[in-house]
Design a protein around this ligand. Structure first.
Ligand code: GLN
Length: 446
């Protein structure tokens, strides 16, 4: 009830929720009270949570912040939603995001932009901006997010939170509306690494319903939080401190690294030579996959349908013209172009080859070091509207996050200080499936 009260009071300004499931939440909370009284409570019994509105929730609207799905009531739960429910959480509602998770500022939502609780004239980051803003404003203690190119880590960074992007295949994508399937991963957004570890325990694991889910054992994340950081090697890529990085963030990252040295870690200068190709590579691959994934929104099966279609062609064309926002259309056009017969080799195939080179940079680096450290985002939260009309400037906000998705690796963003009253963050990247190592490293710093 206290979270619902806080939402009623503050979310008119923040706009972090698209749907609040108040009645259902109170019913779940009462059931949780009964289980607790019986001494029969599962691990997260009664813990409130908010789900990014990209996870399907049975009987509850799942909009992906698009007019296209404004009327879509999911007929089933995403695996992540189901697993958290089995652990006992109480769902407060569904959080705002960039339309179909395409963006870095949460300004492309059909339901309006989200405001950053630290400065309401600034963006919360994106695309999981609603989840991050909700947790930062105290409108939920924890929230789910998804990260295709930084959408958990960057909003966590801009809102002063801890966000974990798990290894590709660690968390099931079943029931998570697809943006770019080879990059998408769900993960936790929380105040601390300990909270994120508790969430991850419930979210991670093999799922037969996701063909890219990996059958690797899930460790006890909370138990691993105190594993020694002493003697671990942290690689510091020289390419991550180039022009374009805000000086306050560079300084905060250096201070955090000095702290790690005090904790007994060793810093090693490394190189990730293909870093500068990550943005162009991602902005071919992600739109290409998006253009095929979004072909299902045709006005026939579910979602928005235009009024009075004259024929099938008119139905498809007007449904998509009216149902999708500008950024989504831009991605569909870029992706369709990159996949077209005449340009496939020049763009899509080339991007796939570069993706391998980026992955190889990390494989080489992890022969020498246990973690890689750098900034999460090049800038603190920026003003609403500041970059909204300049897609390339917006895409450059993802410079430190997207190579991790291209390589399939896990990474965590954790608060590392402030710039002019706004939070700034450190990012740690780990070896394949070493979420436990990242959570421990973040926990000991915190
Ligand atoms: N900002 C990136 C994009 O717009 C990443 C978004 C995401 O991770 N979902 O594609």
């Amino acid at each position: 009830q206290s979270y619902l009260d806080a939402i009623a009071k503050q979310d008119g300004t923040i706009n972090s929720y698209i749907t609040v499931t108040a009645e259902q939440a109170l019913a779940q909370a009462r059931a949780a009270d009964e289980l607790r009284a019986k001494g029969d409570a599962p691990a997260l019994c009664g813990l409130p949570i908010a789900h990014k509105d990209i996870f399907c929730t049975d009987g509850i609207r799942t909009s992906c912040a698009s007019k296209m799905l404004d009327n879509f009531i999911a007929p089933y739960n995403a695996t992540v939603v189901e697993k958290l429910a089995a652990a006992g959480v109480v769902t407060l509602g569904k959080t705002n995001l960039d339309e179909f998770a395409m963006g870095s500022s949460n300004e492309t939502s059909f339901y309006g932009p989200v405001r950053n609780p630290w400065d309401i004239n600034c963006v919360p980051g994106g695309s999981s901006g609603g989840s991050a803003a909700a947790v930062a404003a105290g409108l939920a203690p924890i929230a789910t997010g998804t990260d295709t190119g930084g959408s958990i880590r960057q909003p966590a960074a801009l809102c002063g939170l801890t966000g974990l992007k798990p290894s590709y295949g660690r968390v099931s994508r079943y029931g998570m509306i697809a943006f770019a399937s080879s990059l998408d991963q769900g993960g936790p957004i929380a105040r601390t690494a300990e909270d994120a570890a508790i969430m991850m325990q419930a979210m991670a694991g093999f799922d037969l319903r996701d063909s890219t889910s990996m059958d690797v054992p899930v460790p006890d994340y909370r138990a691993a939080l105190n594993n020694d950081i002493k003697g671990k090697k942290i690689g510091v890529p020289k390419e991550y401190f180039s022009a374009g990085l805000h000086p306050d963030i560079a300084a905060a990252v250096q201070t955090a690294l000095a702290e790690y040295q005090k904790l007994g870690a060793e810093l090693v200068e490394i190189s990730l030579p293909h870093t500068e190709l990550a943005v162009p590579c991602y902005y071919v691959i992600a739109p290409a996959e998006a253009s095929t994934n979004l072909s299902r929104y045709d006005g026939v099966r579910y979602g928005y349908r235009c009024e009075d279609p004259q024929d099938l062609d008119d139905l498809y064309t007007r449904t998509r013209e009216e149902g999708f926002g500008e950024e989504v259309k831009r991605r569909i056009m870029v992706g369709t172009y990159a996949l077209s017969a005449g340009f496939y080799d020049a763009y899509y195939r080339k991007a796939q080859q570069i993706r391998r080179l980026i992955r190889n940079d990390f494989v080489e680096a992890f022969k020498q070091v246990d973690f890689i450290a750098g900034p999460t985002a090049p800038n603190p939260a920026f003003a609403l509207g500041e970059k909204a009309n300049d897609p390339v400037t917006m895409y450059l906000e993802d410079i430190y996050t997207i190579s991790v998705n291209l390589a399939g690796l896990p990474a965590i963003s954790l608060p590392a200080g402030f710039s002019n009253g706004k939070p700034v963050s450190l990012q740690l990247i780990g070896r394949d499936f070493d979420e436990a190592g990242l959570l421990a490293a973040a926990h000991q710093y915190q």
